[in-house]
Design a protein around this ligand. Structure first.
Ligand code: KIV
Ligand code: ZN
Length: 510
C-alpha cells in the first residue's frame, strides 16, 4: 500500500472563503480535530497576512503535536521569517513557499521575467531550508504556465532543498486528462523528482477539483491538498471528505493507495467547520450534505430496507453518521458533562466548560432530549461568544399581527458597562438589529439570513446564520438558541464582533 498524504488547508485556503473568518481558538479546535482524524499536514495559516493568523499558527504549532504544521509564505524574506517565527514551537514544522509561474501572473502581477522568478524561487526555498528541513514549494497557477518552465522551476526548487513540490490548479482550469499528463510530465522531465513528494492543490471553479486530484494520484502524486466541506477561495478547493471517501470506497480501483484518515470523524468535523465558519453545507453535497444518505423514491426506500447496498455505496456509519443519541439528562452533573464533552473531542478551558455546562442545564430544562448535535451547537455558540467585544446580555421583543415590532436590548461594552437601547422595526429581527446598531454604531448591510433547526422536533435548537457586508468585506455570524429570535440576535452580535475585530483599533498584535 502506498500512503496518500492528506494535507488539509481548511485553516488557510478554506478561511479565504468570503466571510469565513475564524478566531484563533476556533482554529485551534479545528486543528485538534484534524489531527485526531489522522490528517498528515495541517496548513494552519499565512503568518505574515495578519496578527490573528500569526497567533493561530503559533498556538497550533505548540499544541498540536501529532501532525506536521505548515505555514504559508509568499517567496519573500519577511514572509518566510515570519512563518518560521510562528512555527518554531512545532514538532514537525513545514514552510510552504509559493510563487507564480504563468505568463499571465508574471506579466500582470509580478512584472518579472522567468529568469528573475527562477532566481527568487531558488533563493527563498534556500532561506526556508535554513529554518526547517520540511519545505514545500508551489509554482502558483501551474496549470496555466508553460509546462517546460514548471518542470524547470520544480527541479531548481528541489535542488535548493524543497522536499515537497506542489502543482496547483490555482484557478480550477485544468481537465482531469490534461492534469494527469502534466503530473506524468513532472515524473518524466524533472531529473531529481525522486528526492521530493509530488503534491496537488486543485480549485473547484469547474467542479473538477476532486476528479483532478484523483487523476494526479494515478500519475504519481502522493500528497493531496484539500479542505473540509471543500471550502476555499471562490468555488473552493478539493473536498477532503470526497477525495478520502473516493479512495476508501473504490479500493478496488485505487487498490495500492490509502490515506490514514479515520473516516468516522468526517461528519463531526464537517459540522464543526460549518458551525465555526458559517459556511452552510448544501443539502446535496456529496458525503456530508443532509441528503447524502436520504432516499426519497419509494423504489429506493424499498431497496434500502431490503438491503442497504442496493442504493448506498457507503455505509453512513463509515463517516460517523449515527442517529443522534440521548446523551445527558437534566440531572447529569458537571463531571459527566466534562467527560462526555471530552469524548466528543473538545478540549475546553475551565471557563468555557463552565459556561457550556450552564447552557446545557438551561437547555435540559427546556428540551426533553439533549443530543450530541445539541451539545455541539451549544459549545460552538459558547466559543463564539467568548471572543466578543460587545456581548449580548439580554434581548426582549414584542410583536404580533396587530402591534409594531419593538425590541429592547442590553449589551455589555468592552469596558464592562451595560448599555441598553430600544428600536421599532418591520419585524422582530429588524427591530433587534436596529436596537443593537443604535448602541454599537457600525454601519453595515444585512445580505443573508437563514434559520435551520439543529435536530428534529418542535423543541429543537434554532441555528441562525447571517452575513453582513461593510466596506466590501463580508462577515458571517452564527447563533444558536431554542428561541430563534434570541438566536438571530446572537448571530448578529457574532458577525458584528468579527467586523469590529477587523478594525485596526481592535486588532490584537502578535
Ligand atoms: O491556489 C493556489 O495556488 C494556492 C497556493 C498558495 C498553493 O493556494
Ligand atoms: Zn489555493
Amino acid at each position: 500500500m502506498e500512503r496518500i498524504v492528506i494535507f488539509d488547508t481548511t485553516l488557510r485556503d478554506g478561511e479565504q472563503s468570503p466571510g469565513a473568518t475564524l478566531v484563533p481558538d476556533e482554529k485551534l479546535e479545528i486543528a485538534r480535530q484534524l489531527a485526531r482524524m489522522g490528517v498528515d499536514v495541517i496548513e494552519a495559516g499565512f503568518p505574515l497576512s495578519s496578527p490573528g493568523d500569526f497567533e493561530a499558527v503559533s498556538r497550533i504549532a505548540k499544541e498540536v503535536r501529532n501532525a506536521s504544521i505548515c505555514g504559508l509564505a509568499h517567496a519573500d524574506a519577511a514572509a518566510i521569517d515570519q512563518a518560521w517565527e510562528a512555527l518554531k514551537g512545532a514538532a514537525d514544522p513545514r514552510i510552504h513557499v509559493f510563487l507564480s509561474t504563468s505568463d499571465i501572473h508574471l506579466m500582470h502581477q509580478l512584472r518579472k521575467n522567468k529568469e528573475e522568478v527562477m532566481v527568487q524561487a531558488v533563493s527563498m526555498v534556500k532561506r526556508a531550508r535554513r529554518y526547517v528541513s520540511n519545505v514545500e514549494f508551489s509554482p502558483m497557477d501551474a496549470t496555466r504556465s508553460d509546462p517546460e518552465y514548471v518542470y524547470h522551476i520544480v527541479e531548481a526548487a528541489i535542488d535548493a532543498g524543497a522536499t515537497t513540490v506542489n502543482i496547483p490548479d490555482t484557478v480550477g482550469y485544468v481537465m482531469p486528462l490534461e492534469f494527469e499528463a502534466l503530473i506524468r510530465g513532472v515524473f518524466e522531465r524533472v531529473r531529481n523528482i525522486h528526492k521530493a513528494v509530488v503534491s496537488v492543490h486543485c480549485h473547484n471553479d469547474l467542479g473538477l477539483a476532486v476528479a483532478n486530484s484523483l487523476a494526479a494520484v494515478r500519475a504519481g502524486a502522493r500528497q493531496i491538498e484539500c479542505t473540509i466541506n471543500g471550502i476555499g477561495e471562490r468555488a473552493g478547493n478539493c473536498s477532503l471528505e470526497e477525495v478520502v471517501m473516493a479512495l476508501h470506497t473504490r479500493k478496488d480501483f485505487f487498490s495500492q493507495f490509502a490515506s490514514q484518515i479515520d473516516t468516522t470523524q468526517i461528519s463531526k468535523i464537517s459540522r464543526m467547520v460549518s458551525d465555526y465558519t458559517g459556511m452552510i453545507v448544501q443539502p446535496n453535497k456529496a458525503i456530508v450534505g443532509a441528503n447524502a444518505f436520504r432516499h426519497e423514491s419509494g423504489i429506493h426506500q424499498d431497496g434500502v430496507i431490503k438491503e442497504r447496498t442496493t442504493y448506498e455505496i457507503m455505509d453512513p456509519r463509515s463517516i460517523g453518521l449515527v442517529s443522534s443519541e440521548l446523551v445527558l439528562g437534566k440531572l447529569s452533573g458537571r463531571h459527566a458533562f466534562r467527560q462526555h464533552v471530552a469524548e466528543m473531542g473538545y478540549q475546553l478551558s475551565e471557563e468555557d466548560l463552565g459556561r457550556a455546562f450552564l447552557r446545557f442545564k438551561e437547555l435540559a430544562d427546556k428540551k426533553k432530549e439533549v443530543t450530541d448535535r445539541d451539545l455541539e451547537a451549544v459549545i460552538s455558540d459558547e466559543l463564539r461568544m467568548s471572543h466578543e467585544i460587545y456581548r449580548l446580555e439580554q434581548v426582549q421583543v414584542s410583536c404580533g399581527d396587530h402591534s409594531i415590532p419593538t425590541a429592547t436590548v442590553q449589551l455589555i461594552a468592552p469596558d464592562g458597562n451595560i448599555l441598553s437601547d430600544a428600536a421599532l422595526g418591520t419585524g422582530p429581527v429588524d427591530a433587534i438589529y436596529k436596537a443593537i446598531n443604535r448602541i454599537v454604531g457600525v454601519p453595515n448591510r444585512l445580505i443573508e439570513f437563514s434559520v435551520k433547526s439543529v435536530t428534529e422536533g418542535i423543541d429543537a435548537i434554532g441555528d441562525v446564520t447571517i452575513r453582513i457586508e461593510s466596506e466590501g468585506r463580508v462577515y458571517t455570524g452564527r447563533g444558536a438558541a431554542t428561541d430563534i429570535v434570541v438566536a438571530s440576535a446572537k448571530a448578529y452580535m457574532n458577525a458584528l464582533n468579527k467586523l469590529l475585530a477587523a478594525q485596526p483599533s481592535y486588532a490584537s498584535k502578535p
